[in-house]
Write a protein that binds this ligand. Sequence first.
Ligand code: ADP
Ligand code: TYD
Length: 295
Amino acid sequence: MPQEIGKQGENPESEQLQSEQSQLEGPQSGCSQGKQPQDGRSQSESSQGESLQSTGSRGAFITFEGGDGAGKSTHIKFLARALEQCGYSVVRLREPGGTQAGEALRQVVLDPSYEGLSAESELLIYEAARAQLVKEVIAPALAAGKIVLCDRFCDSTIAYQAYGRGLSRDFVQEANLFACQGIKPDRTVLIKAPTSARKQLERATRAQGPDRIELAGVEFHTRVREAFDAIAASDPDRVRVVVSASRKSETARLVFAAVADCVGWDANKLPFDEHFFEQANKIHGASRRKRGRQS
Ligand SMILES: Nc1ncnc2c1ncn2[C@@H]1O[C@H](COP(=O)(O)OP(=O)(O)O)[C@@H](O)[C@H]1O
Ligand SMILES: Cc1cn([C@H]2C[C@H](O)[C@@H](COP(=O)(O)OP(=O)(O)O)O2)c(=O)[nH]c1=O
């Protein structure tokens, strides 16, 4: 059983997405310098962002997983903003999507009017979008030393197409390997909602109505949630479970801690206050479904 972080308190269901865009304030000072740059310079001579990029070392690849409506987009937004304010160069992506072809494939695979789409076709669409994203965006960004945050990746395919749809897990794994071309996440944050699959689906579909996958039913989504638990249990070094059971800002701090060793910051010394989270949350609402490639 993997360690679950943040599993206490009430989930503030009353916190709604803000619909208006707002301008965030400029860079904050005071980010702790958790990781010594590898080029011999002292921490004071180099921002954390530079420390990954200036050494020519590969960046960090962090994926977010979880059921629909768990809170992935919310926490990616917070993490991206926090990293940027600490000087890191961040690329924010979602799957399926993130490329021109991937966004077109997303339209197809999520469109409820394609109700006859087979599980096999569905798998290949997700893998096609992924192969394009890896080649066109993720691999070059990592080579340039950037931090890549991706809303869903291969674990979603295991959870939805293998456990959910019932396709062969071995085949899905092979297809994932083929699409990823050797790229693997350094860390995966599994966001878990402390509610039932039914409530979680309601939360996911409240704003825009259900997409084709969200229409697959509560039993399907229960299997998906169980699959994520099984994946986390089988790979605890990579997958950290964060339960979004308290205020968004509290959950976000758990996420910041869950990626600390990957990005090299000291999560206990980060300078982000409630105002930071309120501002970041406002931007999140307006950008969520509109943009494919979010950097
Ligand atoms: N602690 C929390 N963490 C994240 N989201 C929360 C939390 N509490 C409530 N929510 C709400 O849950 C909804 C789904 O969040 P979202 O980030 O869009 O999920 P996902 O990307 O996993 O589908 C949003 O309306 C969000 O405001
Ligand atoms: C990446 C991926 C996503 N999916 C599903 C999960 C989601 O229901 C959907 C992506 O829609 P999206 O709106 O991005 O998800 P969320 O509601 O969690 O923010 O595609 C798969 O079935 N297989 C996959 O490989």
